[in-house]
Design a binder for this molecule. Structure first.
Ligand SMILES: NC(=O)NCCC[C@H](N)C(=O)O
Length: 258
């Protein structure tokens, strides 16, 4: 039976030491971050997702951004090899968690690097961002892992932001959304809608017309409401200070038949 589980990982007490690449560092308030993370997890549960906590990794400041460590396609969990060396140790706990869930497990190997934040799935098309964290070998390995299972992998350049999904995600109808100044090549996507705020580019599909979005994108939420979607807003300000967005705080596991 198709599953509706979401992996999440409690913020590390060292969250404020997380990596910052494209923005100025602003000190994150860890206590507030934990509250925001709990509200985020609650929003997932309210909309029918069973949250599964990966064992926390207190020594890994960026471990809350669990999306970067694993890519799901069908029942296969592809454990990544994060582009930032300091994040590679995060994958151990995630590997244990997906194995416990009954996923089939595969890996990105050296010299490949790939962050889950660079992978956007729209049906059986998998866009992968080739940027600061994902290299060409990582793209090739992603292809080798998922194309035999029926996916078509499309590589796109990413230079203006941390990850592909910092620039674009997709609405339930497959329309790709992004804030134009941050998107390298909007023309690569068959249907593209420009949004007014950078953080409006990030949505997690909760099911039906519900979209989980950051509270920092109220104008984009209005645009989506006008188009018949139903935004569910969460404040993730402390994660945004570390270049995180709503997408990177969870990994939805939808096709488990265990
Ligand atoms: N998928 C994502 O957008 N992940 C955000 C990761 C932020 C973290 N501070 C990092 O630089 O790796």
């Amino acid at each position: 039976m198709p599953s509706k589980k979401a992996l999440i990982r409690r913020p590390s007490p060292r969250l404020a030491e997380g990596l910052v690449t494209h923005i100025e560092r602003e000190k994150a308030d860890v206590e507030l971050a934990v509250e925001q993370w709990e509200a985020y997890a609650e929003a997932l549960r309210t909309h029918g997702w069973e949250t599964v906590e990966v064992d926390s990794a207190d020594d890994c400041p960026d471990s809350v951004f669990v999306e970067d460590t694993v890519v799901m396609y069908k029942n296969v969990a592809l454990i990544t090899r994060p582009g930032a060396e300091s994040r590679r140790v995060e994958t151990t706990g995630v590997e244990e968690a997906v194995a416990r869930l009954g996923c089939s497990v595969n890996w990105i190997w050296e010299p490949g690097t790939l962050d889950g934040g660079d992978v956007l799935k729209i049906g059986d098309t998998i866009y992968v961002g080739r940027g600061g964290r994902t290299n060409a070998a990582g793209v090739q390995q992603l292809r080798a892992a998922f194309e035999p299972l029926g996916a078509r992998v499309v590589a796109v350049p990413v230079s203006k932001v941390l990850h592909l999904k910092s620039a674009v995600t997709a609405l339930p109808d497959g329309t790709v959304i992004g804030h134009i100044p941050k998107v390298d090549r909007p023309s690569l996507f068959p249907r593209f809608l420009s949004v007014p705020e950078e953080s409006g580019s990030h949505v997690v599909l909760l099911g039906g017309s519900k979209l989980l979005m950051a509270a920092s994108a109220p104008q984009t939420a209005e645009l989506f409401t006008d188009l018949g979607h139903e935004p569910v807003m969460v404040d993730i300000s402390e994660f945004e200070k570390l270049e995180g967005c709503v997408t990177c705080l969870s990994v939805r596991v939808r096709e488990l038949y265990a």
